[in-house]
Design a protein around this ligand. Structure first.
Ligand code: NAP
Length: 244
């Protein structure tokens, strides 16, 4: 038994999700982090159990509706209803619009938007019964600004913010908050793969003149997960070094 607050973090193997999972695990949460593979789940399990053996890693592929429903049912059966759900998992399939294939469009919408819908489908009903909880969706500055080469990603993240505002209104009276954190450019695998010239062009648009650290997103997520944030819902908090 643990008196810690149960938190589910999707995409916890690396980058922002791993930083969020570790931060929550160090601040009074029992954290279940997800990975798309068994080896990824084992790796995040090892990281989180070094903090507290009650933490765990599980396999979850939010791009697959059937696997998501089964994995999250097993999660609920084993651990109960979470108070904190962080929808962090996400992908990019960048291409200029004229070259963007149906597959590139579908993959990003299916993972970054429909994937969050699927996780919320599984979690919201038990959370409503529990009458407390918070859902934190990781959006992106690109959902606000758009970005050449990222029409699919921008559409998914802008959609995620609209989804968040709507769901927040439906569940607010049951003491459940739903918010987005919208990072700017954060140093992770997702940005490491960008060509050097593109990274320099991005940095030129960041008033702080540096990429953000995953831990800086984790801090904002931890705040939204805390009791200090109980009157914040339906919002998008931007963490981006001053970009507009
Ligand atoms: P990352 O380093 O590429 O990590 C992505 C995570 O998502 C991994 O844990 C990955 O799991 C998981 N994932 C990918 N596809 C999945 C699927 N179908 N089902 C479940 N999990 C899946 O990404 P990141 O940079 O940390 O980004 C995390 C979130 O922040 C994303 O939503 C991203 O859009 C958003 N964001 C990032 C930045 C940035 O600058 N990095 C900026 C704005 C927003 P595996 O390891 O198992 O593949």
């Amino acid at each position: 038994m643990t008196d810690k607050v149960l938190a589910l973090v999707t995409g916890a193997t690396r980058g922002i999700g791993r930083a969020v999972a570790e931060r929550l695990a160090r601040t009074g949460h029992k954290v279940i982090g997800t990975a798309t593979s068994e080896s990824g789940a084992a790796a995040i399990r090892e990281v989180l159990q070094a903090i507290d053996p009650a933490n765990d890693g599980i396999v979850l592929n939010i791009a697959d509706g059937v696997q998501t429903a089964e994995a999250l049912k097993a999660f609920l059966d084993q651990h109960g209803t979470p108070e904190v759900v962080v929808n962090n998992a996400g992908i990019t399939r960048d291409n200029l619009f004229l070259r963007m294939s149906d597959d590139e469009w579908e993959a990003v919408i299916n993972t970054n938007l429909t994937g969050v819908f699927r996780v919320c489908k599984a979690m919201v009903k038990p959370m409503l019964k529990q009458k407390t909880g918070t859902i934190i969706n990781i959006s992106s500055i690109i959902g606000t600004t758009g970005n050449a080469g990222q029409a699919n990603y921008a559409a998914a993240k802008a959609g995620l913010e609209g989804f968040t505002r709507s769901l927040a209104q439906e569940v607010a009276s049951r003491n459940i908050t739903v918010n987005c954190v919208a990072p700017g450019f954060i140093k992770t695998d997702m940005t490491d793969v960008l060509p050097e010239a593109q990274k320099e062009a991005i940095l030129a648009t960041v008033p702080s003149k540096r990429l953000g650290q995953a831990e800086e997103i984790a801090g904002t997520v931890a705040f939204l997960a805390s009791s200090d944030a109980k009157y914040i819902t339906g919002q998008t908090i931007h963490v981006n070094g001053g970009m507009n």
